[in-house]
Design a binder for this molecule. Structure first.
Ligand code: SF4
Length: 300
């Protein structure tokens, strides 16, 4: 299967840079997302953030690195790792704490790069100065989700698109590359609304990478209580929409994720999507191939 021919995948870009497979290692700074005080995002289930290597989320950053990396190294064929501060809101801390955490990552001499995942309203000048102090290349992943405030309200994100624009501008001013998380299939969003989001992303030169998610409905989330009232995308419709998004995404942007498949199946409220990544990839590849869609090929 040559799905890579249709897409600009971040994993392939890393392979070219590092001449081998690169593995992202999820690390936790041990913080709690401030949006929990506002009820949290409707889809958020904190336990799904925790990396399998740090299941109880109790290890310090130093311990996570020193105890867990050797285990992973012995199981994989790569020695190239990227530190991924992925859980919660990784900049909801003091600039000094973030600076010290980045120094710990650097001193381990294990990582090539760092990715910091956060909310747009938790980026400010002091935090960016702290990030800029890092010697390793850093990318900031911003939870944008959509350019439509109606959708952000539905998701209970408690930030606006204006916040995303400000965060992107700040990162650009500091010359820190960014990625954005987008959710495809937010109830109420039409295809043209989604393409407005993609168009915004295309026009932001400092957005280098896009991470696409289907809206997963886990048990015990706000979404699991209200989903009966809304229409959600079926699996075939998601593949179709994904292909349209790919065709309308500028070819220079890398894609780091196409869907969320690493699902904890027993925690799902609706289980209508397959949990196996290879099935999704095959379906998507067949669709892209049949319709002759390549990344950016639908752009006018
Ligand atoms: S911002 Fe992220 S961590 Fe916080 S509640 Fe929303 S999805 Fe969860």
């Amino acid at each position: 299967m040559r799905i890579e021919e249709h897409l600009n995948l971040l994993s392939q870009s890393w392979k070219k840079t590092y001449k081998c497979r690169v593995m992202k290692i999820g690390l936790s700074l041990g913080m709690t997302c401030p949006n929990r005080n506002n009820g949290g995002c409707v889809f958020c289930l904190p336990s799904t953030f925790t990396d399998v290597i740090n299941d109880d989320n109790k290890l310090s950053l130093t311990d996570q690195i020193s105890q867990l990396i050797p285990k992973i190294s012995s199981k994989t064929k790569t020695n190239k790792f990227i530190a991924y501060l992925q859980d919660e809101t990784s900049t909801a801390c003091s600039p000094n704490f973030l600076k010290d955490s980045l120094a710990i990552i650097e001193k381990s001499n294990i990582f090539e790069e760092v990715i910091i995942s956060t909310r747009p309203d938790y980026l400010n000048i002091d935090i960016l100065i702290a990030i800029k102090s890092a010697k390793l290349p850093v990318t900031i992943e911003i939870g944008m989700q959509s350019c439509h405030d109606y959708s952000l309200l539905f998701l209970n994100r408690n930030h606006t698109h204006q916040d995303t624009k400000k965060a992107l501008k700040l990162c650009q001013d500091f010359h820190i590359p960014t990625g954005v998380h987008l959710i495809l299939g937010i109830p109420g969003e039409t295809k043209s609304m989604i393409l407005e989001t993609i168009n915004f992303v295309n026009n932001e030169i400092n957005i280098k990478d896009v991470k696409l998610h289907n809206l997963v409905i886990y048990q015990n989330t706000q979404l699991s209580k209200i989903y009966h009232d809304y229409n959600f995308l079926s699996y075939p419709k998601y593949i179709e929409l994904l292909a349209t998004v790919i065709g309308n995404l500028q070819p220079e942007k890398t894609i780091s994720r196409l869907f969320t498949t690493n699902l904890r199946q027993d925690s799902l409220a609706i289980n209508s999507f397959p949990g196996i990544k290879q099935i999704w990839l095959k379906e998507l590849w067949i669709y892209l191939k049949d319709k002759q869609i390549y990344q950016g090929s639908l752009l006018s």
